[in-house]
Design a binder for this molecule. Structure first.
Ligand SMILES: *Cc1c(COP(=O)(O)O)cnc(C)c1O
Length: 298
């Protein structure tokens, strides 16, 4: 890999419910790759970075909003790989930059703000044409790494998952990580996605675009807690309990909802006895800083 994965560990969760249901639960700590950068984001960038280096491209250009985990991951990854990078940010430049954008600049990302009307056209065919010849030569990475190349990078995560695992679970945003898991999972491994957005209806189409085939996977729906980045007191309590009992910190946008869904389904006998579940801790912990002080015990 083009970044350091030596810190990734696999933690085993223990509690009475797991014992009673005869189910093993492991957490692959991709969050340990970096305190700020989400682990899965770096994997999604792998082949984009490799191509940029192989073909001596001047650098990478990508997109995101002012709080985008993907943007800061790209900034960090490019710096690690010795590549230049440009971030096209949605909206006018604010008077005060978000902590995410400040982090991007610390990793030498060059920021360019695009009015929303222009940003909205970023996936159209002639969008790139409107930029200078110099920029056209960069490697263009879609928002969130949502591209077959991003899914191929995410598939590398499965190399860190033990063959004994029967179920692989991950939170789902753009679906790119899930698509990678579907590609890389062994035949006996069931891939399960937990959508963190409300009412996603195009997951099949996304998987097909990303993997070029129809994939087999399951979804645990209705664990979005009201929608993207929404939360309830029950979710916060769950996060604090998980930390108190198992020393696992989660983020309220992605990984807490995923862990809640998995625990709830263990309780409801979704997983047969003998199941060995591996959950991906994809990171995102820095997002908890937007919660009022004292909300979390970690
Ligand atoms: C982006 C992100 C996800 C979702 O990944 P997708 O590939 O977009 O589905 C999950 N967890 C965290 C922490 C993320 O930052």
């Amino acid at each position: 890999m083009l970044f350091d994965i030596a810190n990734i560990s696999r933690d085993v969760i223990a509690n009475d419910c797991l014992t009673k249901k005869k189910v093993s639960l492991h957490i692959l700590r991709l969050d340990k790759v970096h305190p700020v950068v989400s682990g899965n984001k770096l994997f999604k960038l792998h082949y984009f970075l490799q191509d940029a280096l192989t073909y001596s491209l001047p650098g990478i250009i990508t997109f995101g909003g002012a709080y985008s985990n993907h943007l800061v991951a790209t900034a960090y990854a490019c710096k690690s790989a010795g590549l230049k990078c440009i971030g096209l940010v949605r909206g006018e430049k604010p008077a005060i930059l978000s902590s995410t954008l400040k982090a991007c600049m610390e990793y030498d990302m060059q920021l360019h703000f695009l009015p929303r009307a222009i940003y909205a056209k970023k996936d159209t065919a002639d969008f790139v044409e409107s930029f200078t010849d110099k920029w056209k030569k960069y490697g263009w990475v879609p928002e969130g790494g949502y591209h077959p190349k991003g899914a191929a990078g995410a598939a590398l995560i499965t190399e860190l998952i033990d063959d004994s695992t029967t179920h692989i679970c991950s939170a789902l945003g753009t679906v790119t990580t899930l698509a990678g898991l579907i590609t890389g999972a062994k035949k006996h491994q069931q891939v399960i996605g937990i959508p963190v957005l409300k009412g996603m209806t195009d997951i099949d189409e996304r998987v097909e675009y990303l993997t070029n085939k129809t994939g087999t996977y399951q979804l645990m729906n209705e664990y979005h807690f009201g929608g993207y980045a929404k939360k309830t007191p029950a979710l916060i309590q769950f996060m604090n309990n998980l930390y108190k009992q198992n020393n696992i910190p989660t983020d309220f946008v992605y990984t807490a909802k995923m862990m809640f869904a998995v625990m709830d389904n263990i309780e409801k006998d979704f997983f047969p006895p003998g199941s060995i579940i591996t959950c991906l801790h994809t990171g995102g912990l820095q997002g908890n800083s937007s919660l009022p002080a004292g909300t979390l015990i970690f």
